[in-house]
Design a protein around this ligand. Structure first.
Ligand code: ZN
Length: 405
């Protein structure tokens, strides 16, 4: 059991004198159609004889049920724990208590060797927190390609009401990340599209950190060229294959475009954000969670996508802003405030978003002084651009994607 919070910066960058370059990544990543059925083999390879499975009640009767069967076929025992839907301290404590109680009745040789989290972003983040407290490795079986959570050694915590409530860091990345693209193809288009909003932020935020010698990545160190190259490949993949991948999900089939975009959304974005570094796009996403009407109705990647457009406005990069806004419109991400149920006249709400973004430390990786006023103005500029793009291309794609989940 580990009750000690882990902080990476005192390990990797204890002084400001010499800040090393640090790359973090999961040691193993497996992606493909049908790989869920092989999860028993992967766990055998890692030497696990008994594991916990954290999944929602729905997940236990769906994907986690398939994992359970695959483990059984590989002679691996498992014990189920239900995830209630929010990555909150309350839920994490509840899952730890349930597993601890269950384990107390078992002999030493029947203790779990690892925890498997089977589900979306909040489930996998909760799984990281639970596994750390239990002192066992975490295996992530991601059922949506909707965000950059699976590969990192960090979890975002929320209040029970869904407002961002800090982050937790871990000394290890997940021991294994598994993404079954057949499962992704059968999920709604909106999840894949949201994942592209999250993944598009990777390069624009990593580039800020690469170019600014004062900037630090998520663990407080300088980014490596490798992490930035991964971030750049991520953006290039989305522009090249994003629309085709969304079409594949609409038609519930796996093709190369979908494989490439799932990898961009999960592996490239995951390594890219953690080791490349963050900036304003994720700060804006955090700011939007302060508005319950946005937090409850929109996905992390949709808020990050809006954040990318605001960051580019802050940077004054109108060329990239238009290119990204047009791409987002083509795949159906929100590009203006109206699509988030807000308007440029909502001074109070937008002020809270700007203040929330200012509370996100990596926003200061930008190479100039960032103020709430500048963020507020950038939100309005991005909105005006989004309105213009939507007027050109219409918003039927956005409406269809929103209706898909
Ligand atoms: Zn993200």
């Amino acid at each position: 059991m580990s009750s000690q919070a882990f902080f990476p910066q005192p390990v990797y960058a204890p002084t400001n004198a010499t800040v090393p370059r640090v790359l973090l990544a999961p040691p193993k990543y497996v992606q493909g159609p049908g790989v869920l059925a092989q999860s028993g083999r992967y766990c055998s390879m890692l030497g696990y004889a008994r594991v916990g499975i954290l999944a929602s009640a729905r997940g236990h009767s769906a994907e986690a049920g398939q994992v359970f069967a695959a483990l059984k076929a590989a002679d691996i025992d498992s014990v189920a724990v239900v995830f209630g839907g929010e990555c909150s301290k309350q839920e994490i404590d509840g899952a730890v208590a349930a597993l601890t109680e269950q384990q107390a009745e078992q002999k030493a040789e029947q203790q779990i060797d690892a925890l498997l989290a089977v589900g979306g972003g909040k489930c996998v983040d909760a799984g990281k927190c639970v596994a750390y407290r239990l002192g066992v490795p975490i295996v992530i079986i991601h059922t949506l390609a909707s965000n950059d959570a699976p590969c990192s050694a960090v979890a975002v915590l929320y209040t029970p009401d869904g407002v961002v409530n800090g982050a937790e860091f871990f000394p290890h990345n997940p021991a294994l990340v598994v993404v079954d693209t057949k499962v992704v193809a059968n999920a709604s288009e909106r999840y894949l599209v949201a994942g592209m909003g999250d993944a598009m932020a990777t390069w624009f935020e990593a580039k800020v950190c690469l170019d600014n010698p004062q900037a630090r990545n998520v663990v407080g160190s300088r980014p490596t060229l490798a992490a930035c190259a991964i971030g750049e490949a991520c953006a290039a993949t989305l522009f090249a294959d994003g629309e085709a991948a969304a079409l594949a999900v609409r038609e519930k089939r796996v093709d190369d475009a979908l494989e490439r975009v799932v990898e961009a959304n999960t592996l490239l974005s995951g390594i890219g954000f953690e080791s490349g570094g963050l900036a304003a796009a994720h700060g804006l996403a955090e700011g939007y969670t302060a508005l319950p009407e946005v937090e409850h109705n929109f996905l992390h990647g949709e808020m990050v996508g809006m954040g990318v457009l605001t960051q580019l406005a802050l940077q004054g990069d109108t060329g990239q802003a238009r290119k990204v806004s047009e791409f987002f419109a083509r795949i159906g991400l929100p590009i203006h405030l109206g699509q988030l149920g807000l308007s440029a006249n909502d001074e109070d709400a937008l002020g809270r978003v700007a203040q929330g973004a200012m509370g996100f430390a990596p926003i200061h990786n930008l190479p100039f002084t960032v103020t709430a006023e500048k963020v507020y103005q950038a939100i309005l500029e991005a909105d005006a651009l989004g309105q213009a793009v939507a007027a050109d291309v219409g918003d039927s794609t956005y409406q269809r994607v929103q209706a898909s989940a």
